[in-house]
Design a binder for this molecule. Structure first.
Ligand code: LR7
Ligand code: MN
Length: 604
C-alpha cells in the first residue's frame, strides 16, 4: 500500500510444492509449468509504493474503451476451490495491459465464475462452534467502491450470498463512490435488480467522497441491527459471518474482524493466512501485523478458535452493532479518501470502553495490491497525513508530540485540523488516555514512555551508533545482524538510530541504568542466543521482539557495559573491527570496545 505506508502483500518464498504443510501453511496448487511459491504463513507485509495520484492511469494505451470494456468471461472450472488461474502465454501482452487498470490481474479475475467455490479453511473445531443462530440479529453488508472491476465487486457480493446463513442477512448495500466506469452504472443497477436473491441496493455518491464518508453513507442507510463492512474485492468463506455476528450479539461493544486471507493479485489463488498475528502500528502510524506476545500465544494454546483481542484493526473488514457504532462517533467525517480511519476507530473503541477482536473462525479473503489504482485528490501525502494528524490530535495525548516531531508531513497539516467535535465525543464518552491504551491493550508496544529510555546507543571507541537493519524478515519486519553505522548529525537524530529500553527505578540501581528488551520501531529487538555457545554465529541480531529472555539487556552508566542478561556476556565490537560485521558478545572486562553510552533524546 504505501510510500512508507503499508500495503500488505504476501511475499513469495521458495518452498517446494506440492507438499504436506503444517496446519498454518497452505499450499497453492499450481499447474506444472507455473512457478510461484506461496508462503501462506504469509502475512509478509511488503512496503509498496503508491504511484502517486493515479498519473500513470493516463498512459495513452490505456484508453477509456479498454477501461470500460466489460471482458467478464468466465470459463468452466477456472479458479474453482480458490485455485490459481493460468493464463495462456499468447494472452500475456493483453494480461499486462489489463493489469494496470485495477492493479491486479483483471484478466484472471474475469475468467473466474462470480460464484466460485472456496475451500473451508477454518480449523475443524470451528465447525459447529457458532451453529446456534437462533435469536441472532441480522446484518447489513456494506461494500463501498470506487471504480472497482465488475468481476471482483460481484464476486464479493456472491461470496456473501453463497456462504452466509440467509436469516442473518438483512441486505447488501453497495455504495458507489462516484465511479466513472460505464459498466458500474445502469448495467450494475440492472444486475442487482434482477440477478441477486438477497435484497441489494446501490447507493451512489455524485461526488468522490472517499471510503470513509462512503461507509458512513452506507451505515446510515442500513436497516440491519449489525453492520458488516467489506472491501469491494473480498471473498468470504464458509462460517465467516456466524463467527462475527455471534460475538457482536453477545457483547455490543465488540468490534469483530475476520482473519484476512490473501487473494493473489497475480493468480487469484485463495491463500489461507496465519491466525496468530494481531494488528497494531508503527512509529509513523502505519498499520502493521505483528506476532502476538508469547504470553498471549501461551494462553491461546487452550483453544485456538477463541477470538483474541487486537490493538488495532486493518480497517476494511469488520462487524459492529449499528447503534453502538453511532453512539461512539461512527467515523471522523473530516477524514478524506483513504487511511487512518482504522486506527482512529481502534483507539476510540478501546479508549472508550469497547474492544476490537479477531475471530479465527471467520476467514475472508482480500485482494492485496502493491499500489493503489485510483487518484488521491490533493495528493496521497496530504490526504493520508492529514487523516493521521487527526488521529494523533484527538486520541494520542503526549504521544502526538512524538508523532509530529518525527513526521514533518503530518506536522505541516497539524494546525489546519478542526477537531472540536471529535474531542467532544472523547469527553462525552469519558474515554481513557492513550497511556491507558498502551499499558493495557498493547503492553508489548515499542513506543517511548516516561519509564523508558529513548535515544541512541553509541560505541565509545568508534563514534558509531546502533542502527535498525534494512533487511526484511517475516511480516516484513526489519531483521539482520546488529551493526553500527555513523551517528547521524541531524537533529533530532533519525528514528532508525533510536531505541527504547525500560529504565531501572529501584533506589539501589545506578542512576541512568536501564534493563529489559532493547526495542525499536516495527517491534524489533536486540537479540542473542541465551546459551553461551560461540558456534552460534552471527550471534547478535536485531529481529522481531519475542518477549523471551534472550532479548533482555542491561546497561549501567558506570561500567558502560551493555550486558546480555541470560548469558552475562557483554556487547562488544566485531572481532575484526569492521562495521559490516556484526556485534559480538564477549566476557565482560575493562575493555574499551565494550563501552557504550546511551544518549537520551527528547521524544515529546
Ligand atoms: O476514494 C475511495 N473510495 C472508495 O470507495 C477509495 C477507496 N474506496 C473503496 C475501494 O474501492 C475499496 O473497496 O474503499 C475500499 C478500500 O480501498 P482499498 O481496497 O484501496 O484499500 P486497502 O485495501 O488498500 O486498505 C485498507 O486500509 C484502508 C485505509 O483507509 C481501508 O481501511 C481499507 O478498508 C483497508 N482494507 C483492509 O483492511 C483489507 C485488508 C487489508 C489489510 C491488512
Ligand atoms: Mn482493499
Amino acid at each position: 500500500l504505501f510510500i512508507g505506508f503499508s500495503i500488505i502483500l504476501f511475499r513469495l518464498v521458495s518452498l517446494p510444492l506440492p507438499e504436506t504443510l503444517r496446519d498454518d501453511w497452505v499450499s497453492v496448487r499450481l499447474a506444472a509449468d507455473q512457478k510461484q511459491y506461496v508462503d501462506a504463513r504469509g502475512v509478509h507485509v511488503v512496503v509498496g509504493h503508491y504511484m502517486g495520484d493515479g498519473a500513470d492511469m493516463n498512459q495513452p494505451n490505456l484508453t477509456d474503451e479498454i477501461i470500460n470494456s466489460n471482458k467478464f468471461n468466465p470459463l468452466p472450472g477456472e479458479g474453482k476451490d480458490g485455485m490459481p488461474v493460468v493464463i495462456p502465454p499468447h494472452l500475456a501482452g493483453k494480461m499486462h495491459q489489463l493489469y494496470r487498470i485495477n492493479r491486479f490481474n483483471l484478466m484472471a479475475s474475469d475468467r473466474i465464475h462470480l460464484n466460485r467455490s472456496l475451500p473451508d479453511v477454518r480449523k475443524k473445531k470451528c465447525i459447529g462452534k457458532y451453529s446456534s443462530l437462533e435469536g441472532l440479529p441480522k446484518t447489513s453488508i456494506i461494500i463501498v467502491f470506487h471504480n472497482e472491476a465488475w468481476s471482483t465487486l460481484l464476486r464479493t457480493v456472491w461470496s456473501v450470498i453463497s456462504r452466509s446463513p440467509k436469516h442473518l442477512l438483512e441486505e447488501i448495500i453497495l455504495v458507489d463512490d462516484a465511479s466513472t466506469r460505464k459498466f458500474l452504472g445502469k448495467d450494475l443497477d440492472d444486475y442487482v435488480e434482477t440477478q441477486l436473491p438477497v435484497p441489494t441496493r446501490v447507493i451512489r455518491s455524485k461526488e468522490r467522497i472517499g471510503l470513509i464518508k462512503a461507509r458512513l453513507v452506507g451505515a446510515r442507510e442500513a436497516k440491519g441491527h449489525i453492520l458488516t463492512f467489506l472491501d469491494a474485492h473480498c471473498e468470504c468463506t464458509t462460517g465467516w459471518l456466524e463467527a462475527l455476528v455471534s460475538r457482536v450479539a453477545e457483547n455490543r461493544t465488540r468490534i469483530v474482524c475476520p482473519v484476512i486471507d490473501i487473494i493473489s493479485d497475480q493468480t487469484f489463488a485463495y491463500v489461507r493466512s496465519f491466525e496468530l498475528h494481531w494488528g497494531a502500528f508503527n512509529w509513523d502510524l502505519h498499520f502493521r501485523w505483528y506476532s502476538m506476545s508469547g504470553e498471549e500465544l501461551e494462553k491461546r494454546k487452550v483453544d485456538r478458535t477463541e477470538p483474541f483481542k487486537t490493538p488495532a484493526m486493518a480497517g476494511g473488514l469488520f462487524a459492529v452493532d449499528k447503534n453502538y457504532f453511532f453512539e461512539i462517533g461512527a467515523y471522523d467525517d473530516k477524514m478524506e479518501v483513504w487511511g487512518g480511519e482504522n486506527l482512529e476507530l481502534s483507539f476510540r473503541v478501546w479508549q472508550c470502553g469497547g474492544s476490537v477482536e479477531i475471530a479465527p473462525c471467520s476467514h475472508v479473503g482480500h485482494l492485496f495490491r502493491k499500489s493503489s489504482p485510483y487518484s488521491f485528490p490533493g495528493g496521497v501525502t496530504q490526504i493520508l497525513y492529514g487523516n493521521l494528524a487527526r488521529v494523533a490530535l484527538v486520541w494520542m495525548d503526549e504521544w502526538k508530540d512524538f508523532f509530529f516531531r518525527y513526521s514533518p508531513e503530518a506536522d505541516r497539516l497539524r494546525d489546519m485540523q478542526q477537531i472540536r467535535s471529535r474531542l467532544e465525543i472523547r469527553k462525552r464518552l469519558n474515554c481513557k488516555s492513550f497511556k491507558w491504551y498502551l499499558d493495557n491493550v498493547w503492553p508489548q508496544h515499542f513506543f517511548p514512555t516516561e519509564d523508558r529510555f529513548f535515544g541512541r546507543v553509541r560505541s565509545l571507541v568508534k563514534d558509531k551508533c546502533l542502527e535498525k537493519p534494512t533487511g526484511k524478515g517475516s511480516l516484513n519486519q526489519p531483521m539482520g545482524v546488529a551493526v553500527l553505522s555513523t551517528c547521524s548529525r541531524i537533529e533530532p537524530p533519525p528514528l532508525r538510530q533510536m531505541f527504547v529500553i525500560p529504565m531501572v527505578k529501584t533506589s539501589n540501581a545506578a542512576k541512568g541504568s536501564v534493563e529489559g528488551p532493547l526495542m525499536t520501531d516495527e517491534a524489533v529487538c536486540l537479540d542473542a542466543p541465551d546459551k553461551d555457545d560461540s558456534s552460534l554465529t552471527p550471534r547478535v541480531k536485531i529481529m522481531a521482539c519475542s518477549g523471551m529472555k534472550r532479548q533482555l539487556w542491561r546497561h549501567d552508566p558506570q561500567t558502560k557495559w551493555i550486558q546480555h542478561i541470560p548469558t552475562g556476556l557483554c556487547l562488544d565490537l566485531p572481532r575484526d573491527g569492521s562495521d559490516e560485521n556484526g556485534l559480538t558478545l564477549n566476557k565482560c572486562g575493562d575493555i574499551a570496545t565494550q563501552s557504550w553510552s546511551l544518549e537520551a533524546v527528547p521524544w515529546r
